[in-house]
Write a protein that binds this ligand. Structure first.
Ligand code: GDP
Length: 303
């Protein structure tokens, strides 16, 4: 069994590669819920929906948000009616979100995601990290901002001084799924707002210490590949490099995969992590995703 810790962009790219070389039935994906909230009257769990769409081949993998070839009739009509939506939600994507909102009147988030996942024909187990909503604040030079306001309204531009979020309880079966795994993969997701929330759940760090854990660095050189990860790392005094990522995960990490362009970091990372693998970590094609998945799982993917 393989357990993967995921956010909503870097790790889903990797999932596209993993599911080509491993039976999806053998995968459990634990997904960040830090950013979940209500928008336009519906419950939005962006990272979970991205993972659902990725595993059912519906994802818009240019934006890593929403459904490919979706239409925006409802969104455009709302704008015409003077209702500005902070999130631009497509029609099919909105149907998923409405369904989840309705399901959650009766079921937990976890149960609702289970129902949706089965309906989408997904064989992997997708576990939202928590059934409780988090309270997250980005402390910036222009004041305290809600996560989506920082991300969308302010386009990640303010200087970040701190990132604070409330503690939540792990979802049912989350710790057991780690305990039952042969390998845990920490995907190349934002270490602060995607992976740290999962690591902060009671019992996760202890469970990881007893497991074979492989992480893929989301940093190449001194910047994140996309998104605000480097700003958040800086704010928490973590060096923005694969060495910084290694330091951040070192308590439980067995292997780190870093980009081949960062070969000069190998010896310093080796002092804190048993094994460092250098390879291409830029997942700009299905082949690149499969190759990276092969390196993590030690599966020969050459034809
Ligand atoms: P979010 O939930 O949308 O913030 O997405 P994630 O947390 O899953 O992923 C964001 C992180 O993915 C960023 O820090 C990027 O650096 C990383 N990322 C995105 N694409 C790639 C890629 O092709 N290779 C690597 N190594 N990292 C990537």
């Amino acid at each position: 069994m393989i357990t993967i810790l995921s956010g909503g962009t870097g790790t889903p790219k990797l999932l596209q590669g993993i599911k080509e070389i491993v039976d999806p039935k053998d995968l459990t994906i634990i997904v960040n819920t830090l950013e979940n909230d209500y928008f336009s009257g519906v419950y939005v769990s962006a990272d979970i929906d991205t993972v659902l769409y990725t595993m059912s081949d519906m994802i818009n993998d240019e934006l890593w948000y929403g459904v490919k070839d979706d239409t925006f009739i409802t969104h455009e009509r709302l704008e015409e009616m003077g209702c500005h939506e902070l999130l631009r939600i497509g029609d099919i994507d909105r149907a998923t979100k409405i369904q989840k909102t309705l399901l959650m009147e009766k079921y937990t988030l976890q149960e609702s995601v289970d129902i949706q996942s089965k309906q989408m024909g997904i064989k992997s187990k997708i576990i939202p990290m928590s059934n409780e909503n988090s309270d997250i604040k980005i402390i910036t030079d222009i004041g305290e901002l809600a996560f989506h306001d920082f991300l969308i309204k302010h386009q990640c531009e303010p200087e970040v001084l701190d990132v604070v979020f409330s503690k939540t309880a792990p979802a049912d079966g989350l710790i057991e799924s780690i305990n039952d795994s042969d390998i845990v993969i920490i995907g190349p997701s934002n270490p602060i707002t995607s992976i740290l929330p999962i690591l902060s759940l009671d019992g996760v760090r202890d469970a990881l210490k007893n497991k074979y854990v492989v992480a893929v660095s989301p940093i190449i050189g001194n910047d994140s590949f996309s998104g605000p990860a480097s700003k958040f790392m800086k704010a928490l005094n973590i060096e923005v490099s694969s060495l910084g990522v290694a330091e951040f995960y070192k308590d439980f990490l067995d292997v780190i995969i870093i980009d081949e362009k960062d070969s000069e970091l190998e010896s310093s990372i080796n002092k804190i992590i048993n094994k460092v693998i250098l390879t291409n970590t830029i997942m700009d094609s299905l082949d690149a995703k499969i190759n990276l998945a092969g390196k993590i799982l030690d599966i020969n993917v050459e034809e």
